[in-house]
Design a protein around this ligand. Sequence first.
Ligand code: GLA
Length: 407
Amino acid sequence: MNKSPFRAIATVLTGLFVMGASCAAQADGKLVFEKPKPDIAATPPMGWNSWNHFACNIDEAKIRGAADAMAASGMKDAGYKYVIIDDCWQTGRDAAGNIVADTQRFPSGIKALADYVHSKGLKFGIYSDAGLKTCGGRPGSRGHEYQDAKQYAAWGVDYLKFDWCNTGPANAEASYTVMAMALRDSGRDIVFSICEWGDNHPRDWAPAVGHLWRTTGDISDAWVKDAKSRAYEHGMLDILDQQVDLWRDSGPNHWNDPDMLEVGNGGMTDTEYRSHFSLWSMLAAPLIAGNDLSAMDDATKAILLNKDVIAVDQDALGIEGRRAIKTGDDEVWVRPLAGGDKAVVLFNRSETAHDISVDWSTIDMPAGMKADVKDLWSKAVRKDVKGSYGANVPAHGVVMIRVTPKV
Ligand code: GLA
């Protein structure tokens, strides 16, 4: 196990936080890290994660299949990069405390799987938990943070999702800080995805600690929470509504994470999935697909591969969009983009199609200014539009546009 000074500091830190005492590594209430967070998430991470579709029913063939499909379907070319194994790949620890993968399901081992994913020109991610056990009851990383981080680096891990089950009275900021320090000390650049469901005020500390942090409990494959959703799960709209006040917290290398995509999993209509994908892109959300990539229908592909919408998500300014107007079931979401363009979503939450429009004043443009407007789903372009833009929006649907002012 690594015996670096970081580990020592981290251990002391945990102790101090857990006891509720003040912490030597905090100055003026701000965390001070000896090693900086690697700058590897200038735009929100994009990839695929096994959980939303497969849950614990994973094996190396499925993960390899996801990597194959990501490369062959055009997703890789569209920017998707990380292939992430979620919970249930691990079964125990050996006598030296090293984490051991399930040899039935991953007989070739995790290093071979990471090598395979890398051979496709993709990056490899894995999952653990800050507690004694993961949410699926597998061994967590508590007390093994430095050992696990070294192991991940040796395997070639590029992304770690770190969950928050079975943590008892532990302090979230301290626990995630320990793992952040361990990762920074591991010798490999690893994206750190914090997953404590927004329960411990992550906006106050997570931007310094990780590259992204969950803002809510789990998403379920439903428009709104339904009878099939578990207690800790939320429908897509429920999650959206919890993002409204968070837009100031996000930016390059530190992103709000409203949870992974459900596009293509079958619980919503294609119209609803288009809304989900559009709105997540307005939120500068990590675009982590959660469907079976090896069995995508054309509609699912057309959503996940919409390069105009992805370009909004990945915009270089990294300013999260926000809800500018809400009138009953009609909403207008606005996101400023690099170069002065604006992305706008006209969102109809109701059960009937109707017109929604946006005035230029809502997107900080003079009424007299001309702009070219591209509909990012139909691809239609209207030139020299002045004052406002309106469109008929399907029930549960969006019209998403990119407005390019003519200056
Ligand atoms: C928690 C997380 C999910 C998933 C499961 C795995 O519920 O929030 O995203 O990782 O654990 O058990």
